[in-house]
Ligand binder design. Structure first.
Ligand SMILES: [Zn+2]
Length: 321
C-alpha cells in the first residue's frame, strides 16, 4: 500500500436518486464524502448545480490539493467518447456535457466517465469478488440490469463506456418489448420490477407487510411460495442465458452478481447456477463461476476512482490483477 500522502481521485457516482462524491486514495479508502439528492424532476442546470455542490464540499477538504483526476460513474446511457450523459431517470440531462462541466469545476484535471455498470465492475475487480480474475463479467441486478467486463486483466469499458451491458442482450427473440427498443432483453425478464410484476400477474400476493417489490417476492420464495419461486427461476434463466452468451463471446472465468435483487442470495443464485449448466454447455464456457458481489453501495464511488486511475495511469493499477 502506498503512503497516505499519495495522489487522490475525486470520484462521483451519479444516479437518479442521489449524487455522491468522495476523495479516494490508492488503497480505495474514501477520505471525504459528500452527497446530494438528485433533483431529477428539475432542469439540466439544477442537476448540474447538485454536482457542483458535491464538488464544492470536496474542494473544501484539506486533502483536495492531492487530487490528480476525477472519475465519474453515471447512470446510463453515457457516451464517454463525447463526454455526455443521458440518464434514463434524469430527464433533464440529454446529451449533457458532464465531462466538460466537471473538468471546469475541478480545475482542468483529467476526467474519466464510465457507465455505472462499468464502475461497479472496476470496483469488484480492484477490491471485490472479481479480484485476481483476468476475465470477468460483473453485473448489477436491481431496478435495471447492467454490467461490465474485465478482459485480459483490464477494465474493458468500450469506446462509449458501456461495454458489458448485459441487461440489453436479447435472450427471448419474440419476448416482451423492452424500453430500449429491442425485445426479450435480460433486463425485461430479470430486473426487480419485472420479477415483482411477473409474480403478481401469476397471482402471487404480498404478505402482511404489503411488500410487493422483488424483495417481497424473494421473502415469499424463501418460504417456498411456488409463484414467487417461479418468477425468480425465470429471472435466473434469463441471467444464465446472458452469462452463457458472454462466456461464449469472450471467455470469462467468473460472473459476479450484485445489486439489490442479488440480495435475495440463493433464491436467485441457486437457480442461476443450475440453469447456467444448461446454457453454458461448451467446454470453454462450462466452468464459469457465479459469485455474489462483495462491495455494497460504495462500489459506484470506488469503481469510478478505479476506472479513472486505470485510464489515467495512476497508482500502478495493473498490479492488483
Ligand atoms: Zn432492452
Amino acid at each position: 500500500m502506498r503512503s497516505p500522502s499519495g495522489d487522490l481521485v475525486a470520484a462521483l457516482d451519479i444516479g437518479g436518486t442521489k449524487i455522491a462524491g468522495a476523495l479516494v486514495d490508492s488503497g480505495g479508502a474514501r477520505l471525504r464524502t459528500a452527497r446530494r439528492r438528485t433533483p431529477a424532476e428539475k432542469d439540466a442546470a439544477a442537476v448540474a448545480g447538485a454536482v457542483a455542490e458535491v464538488l464544492d464540499e470536496l474542494r473544501g477538504a484539506p486533502e483536495w490539493p492531492r487530487v490528480r483526476a476525477a472519475g465519474i460513474g453515471s447512470a446510463g446511457p453515457v457516451d464517454a467518447s463525447r463526454g455526455t450523459v443521458s440518464p434514463v431517470n434524469i430527464p433533464g440531462w440529454r446529451d449533457f456535457p458532464l465531462v466538460d462541466e466537471v473538468r471546469r469545476l475541478i480545475g482542468g484535471h483529467p476526467v474519466v466517465l464510465v457507465g455505472d455498470g462499468v464502475a461497479m465492475t472496476a470496483a469488484e475487480h480492484w477490491q471485490g469478488a472479481a479480484r485476481g480474475w483476468a476475465n470477468a463479467l460483473c453485473m448489477v441486478v436491481s431496478t435495471g440490469v447492467g454490467g461490465g467486463l474485465v478482459l485480459d486483466g483490464r477494465l474493458h469499458s468500450g469506446p462509449t463506456g458501456n461495454a458489458g451491458h448485459i441487461g440489453h442482450i436479447s435472450v427471448d427473440l419474440d419476448g416482451d418489448a423492452c424500453p430500449c427498443g429491442s425485445r426479450g432483453c435480460v433486463e425485461r425478464i430479470a430486473s426487480g420490477p419485472n420479477i415483482a410484476r411477473r409474480a403478481l400477474d401469476a397471482g402471487w400476493r404480498p404478505g402482511p407487510d404489503g411488500d410487493a417489490t422483488a424483495a417481497g417476492v424473494a421473502a415469499a420464495a424463501r418460504a417456498g411460495d411456488p409463484l414467487a419461486l417461479a418468477s425468480f427461476d425465470r429471472a435466473a434463466r434469463a441471467l444464465a442465458a446472458g452469462i452463457a452468451a458472454t462466456a461464449a463471446l469472450v471467455e470469462i472465468g467468473v460472473a459476479v452478481v450484485g445489486g439489490g435483487v442479488a440480495g435475495a442470495g440463493d433464491v436467485l443464485l441457486a437457480p442461476l447456477r443450475r440453469h447456467l449448466r444448461d446454457y453454458a454447455a461448451l467446454s470453454f464456457t462450462a466452468d464459469v463461476e457465479v459469485v455474489p458481489a462483495m462491495l455494497g453501495s460504495d462500489a459506484g464511488l470506488v469503481g469510478a476512482a478505479a476506472a479513472a486511475a486505470e485510464q489515467v495511469g495512476m497508482w500502478d493499477r495493473r498490479r492488483t490483477s
